[in-house]
Design a protein around this ligand. Structure first.
Ligand SMILES: Cc1ncc(COP(=O)(O)O)c(C=O)c1O
Length: 365
């Protein structure tokens, strides 16, 4: 019998499948419960903009056709939104795909990719899959990216640097002046991925990244999965130098963004009032959750994303007990934070339910 693991490319031995937040259906199957709340994947608890839903329903009627492989209408809508040309936009099957394409395009065997130990887990997966060398920096005292350490880690072999802002899972935020000071020190031929999956939650506070930050290799990635509510449609994009993206485009599969996602994203982009209302409600609920956790001495530190960070010396037991009561959170042991649970901001009712169950199950721990 062939041992297929021997036949894989060498880096396959170092790859582990991404473990997503547990789906509600799985928990119901496992526990026999009839209801559960998922606060594990930083999804949008308010649903999606109604215009996006209608656009996607209409797009279903044309599923016998391939999507526009160039996603022209979507690129035009995004270019208009960002005030740039369409050649500066590269849509992907979730920003996850964009991250993978970027790393695969610029880093291979013998090249180095720098990211933080507390960075988004996909940077590690994509780097390993590409056969490149990961250069992992420690976090700073506030659990965020240590930009000085990242700068010190740059070598002639550095091809890509990955930074999430706000970061997932730590929820930490770097200011634009910190980022620009860092970019000023990065050689011009290094790609710097600035992953802004949670940008909408800090937009008012941070300012317009794309007009303020400057570096020839800067690639800003955004997603429709969070504030726009389209996680299941899988759609994200990069904004960068046109020639840089033209290289990445060679790695893209022909129809990487399906037609439902393209239609939904265009309509979602035009639903700014809905998105803003969602953001404001999320920020208010995040504040309520953090205040309640602080009262119970369980607030790890404040977050800038659509999630909060709970610290408990028995985090895994707490996680299991919450699941027994139908609440799915996300342990962070795999991210070197064994005492942390990441809890997404849910609807008002879900958050209240979570706090009630938390108080009930944590009493004797
Ligand atoms: C920091 C960060 N980047 C990228 C992604 C990927 O998002 P998507 O592929 O849904 O666009 C996520 C998802 O949780 C994230 O937290």
């Amino acid at each position: 019998m062939t041992d297929w693991s021997d036949r894989c490319v060498p880096q396959a031995a170092r790859l582990h499948p991404y473990i997503p937040g547990k789906p509600v259906s799985q928990l119901l199957r496992e526990t026999g419960l009839t209801e559960a709340v998922k606060l594990a994947s930083n999804e949008n608890a308010d649903g999606m903009p109604p215009a996006a839903l209608h656009a996607m329903q209409r797009a279903c009627c044309e599923l016998n056709r391939y999507p526009d492989g160039d996603a022209r209408a979507l690129k035009e809508a995004l270019a208009d939104y960002h005030g740039c040309g369409i050649e500066h936009i590269l849509p992907g099957n979730g920003s996850n795909e964009v991250l993978e394409l970027l790393i695969r395009c610029f880093a291979g065997v013998g090249d180095e990719v720098i990211y933080s130990r507390r960075g988004f887990v996909v940077y590690a997966l994509a780097t390993t899959a590409a056969g490149a060398q990961a250069v992992v920096t420690e976090e700073d005292a506030s659990m965020g990216h240590d930009l000085a350490a990242m700068q010190a880690a740059i070598t002639p072999r550095t091809k890509v640097i990955c930074i999430a802002n706000p970061n997932n899972p730590t929820g930490t935020l770097l200011s634009l002046s910190q980022l620009q000071a860092f970019l000023d020190q990065v050689p011009p031929d290094v790609v710097v991925i600035l992953d802004e999956a949670y940008h909408e939650y800090v937009r008012h506070q941070l300012g317009d990244t794309l007009t303020v930050l400057h570096h020839p290799g800067l690639v800003v990635t955004r997603t429709f999965s969070k504030a726009y509510g389209l996680a299941g449609a899988r759609i994200g994009y990069a904004v960068a130098d046109a020639r840089l993206l033209a290289c990445v485009n060679r790695f893209r599969e022909p129809f990487n963004v399906n037609s439902i996602a393209q239609a939904g994203a265009i309509a979602a982009l035009q639903s700014s009032a809905w998105v803003e209302a969602h953001v404001q409600r999320t920020l208010a609920e995040r504040q309520r959750l953090e205040a309640a956790l602080a009262k119970q001495h369980m607030l790890a530190w404040p977050s800038h994303g659509n999630f909060v960070l709970l610290r408990h010396h028995q985090a895994l037991t707490l996680h299991a007990r919450l699941e027994q009561h139908g609440i799915i959170t996300r342990p962070q042991a795999a991210c070197h934070m064994p005492d942390i649970l990441r809890v997404s901001v849910g609807s008002k009712t879900e958050n209240t339910h979570f706090l009630e169950v938390l108080a009930a199950v944590s009493g004797d721990l």
